[in-house]
Design a protein around this ligand. Structure first.
Ligand SMILES: Cc1cc2nc3c(=O)[nH]c(=O)nc-3n(C[C@H](O)[C@H](O)[C@H](O)COP(=O)(O)O)c2cc1C
Length: 165
């Protein structure tokens, strides 16, 4: 079972979610600046996470995804997450509308992972921060651990290890 969680993080919130997922799944975790396409070869499970910035993943995450050959992730179960602003903390109706409609990093990452041959194991997920630089909203790390378990239940490699039990 070769599994890896890759993340980018400017203020540390996405890193915290990534570490929580790694602990829940007992997998390795690496920041994107330590990852090359070769690092992602032959994986059974790959989870990628990014802060949402300007409705998109960071440039580092986008560049890594773009550098992958078609079918690079064939045989891998994949999942994507982001961190994003809690809409409830935005006072302006107009700004809240724009942020919501603009879209989020996780769905973009998930589409790219599938385009590179990965098999999506869970819907893209967003974890909330309560200010531009964080912190994460209360309960989000617990929700991240639960999301990890949902992925583990979908993944054959984990089932074979009776991880779910
Ligand atoms: C320049 C900038 C752009 C941002 N754009 C968005 C956005 O489009 N949507 C959103 O929900 N949050 C947005 N945010 C909030 C980020 O998602 C937040 O900073 C991030 O979740 C923090 O993660 P990190 O600590 O891992 O960097 C933005 C923040 C910054 C600084």
């Amino acid at each position: 079972m070769k599994a890896l969680i890759v993340y980018d993080s400017v203020f540390g919130n996405t890193a915290q979610v990534a570490q929580t997922l790694a602990a829940a799944l007992e997998t390795a975790v690496l920041p994107v600046n330590q990852v090359t396409p070769e690092t992602l070869s032959g994986l059974d499970l790959l989870i990628i996470g990014s802060p949402t910035r300007g409705f998109r993943p960071t440039e580092n995450i986008s560049q890594l995804l773009n550098a992958l050959a078609k079918n690079h992730l064939a045989g891998a179960g994949v999942a994507a997450f982001d961190t994003r602003i809690d809409l409830a903390t935005i006072d302006s109706n107009v700004f809240r509308f724009i942020v919501d409609k603009g879209g989020y990093a996780a769905s973009t990452i998930a589409k790219a992972l599938e385009k590179k041959g990965g098999r999506l194991l869970a819907p893209p997920e967003g974890f909330l921060v309560t200010g531009e630089q964080g912190p994460l909203k209360d309960g989000e790390l617990a929700r991240a651990a639960a999301w990890a378990k949902q992925i583990a239940l979908q993944d054959d490699s984990f089932s074979r290890q009776s991880f779910a039990a």
